[in-house]
Design a protein around this ligand. Structure first.
Ligand SMILES: [Zn+2]
Ligand SMILES: [Zn+2]
Length: 143
């Protein structure tokens, strides 16, 4: 059976589906993600870009240039404000989807923490999950 992982925003205006399993999962503790998500950290899934299709609605975009010089685009619902996707200029083959936007989160398995040094002191890290103080030491494969 073909993979079909569906998700959407709080108000239901935006709906999307992924046609493949995520390439990787992560919890990003960077200061921007903390603000974007409204909590810490952002649990995210990296999909091959072509595997993710927005099937209903048009997300609004907020573009910010990171300290690294990369362009980071946040996509969210303009009606209810739900954060949905993150698009990184340095990883054009990927679409980062927030785990909380998925209809079914039961299969989410966290692979790594990144920017862990920015986590608030009250965040409790799960044991046995790789933890990087900054970004991934090596970029995840995009193909
Ligand atoms: Zn919405
Ligand atoms: Zn982040």
């Amino acid at each position: 059976m073909a993979t079909r992982l569906t998700g959407g925003c709080l108000c239901g205006e935006i709906r999307f589906a992924a046609s493949a399993e995520p390439l990787s999962t992560l919890a990003c503790h960077c200061a921007d993600c903390q603000r974007y998500i409204g909590g810490a950290p952002a649990y995210q899934m990296a999909f091959k870009r072509e595997a993710v299709a927005i099937e209903q609605g048009e997300p609004r975009r907020f573009v910010k240039t990171a300290d690294s010089g990369d362009t980071i685009t946040r996509l969210f619902c303009g009606a209810c404000g739900s954060p949905l996707f993150t698009d990184l200029s340095k990883l054009p083959g990927l679409m980062i989807v927030n785990a909380g936007a998925m209809d079914d989160q039961s299969n989410f398995k966290l692979a790594a923490h990144i920017f862990a040094a920015s986590a608030p002191h009250w965040h409790t890290f799960e044991p046995n999950i790789p933890r990087h103080d900054g970004d991934f030491p090596r970029r995840p494969a995009t193909t």
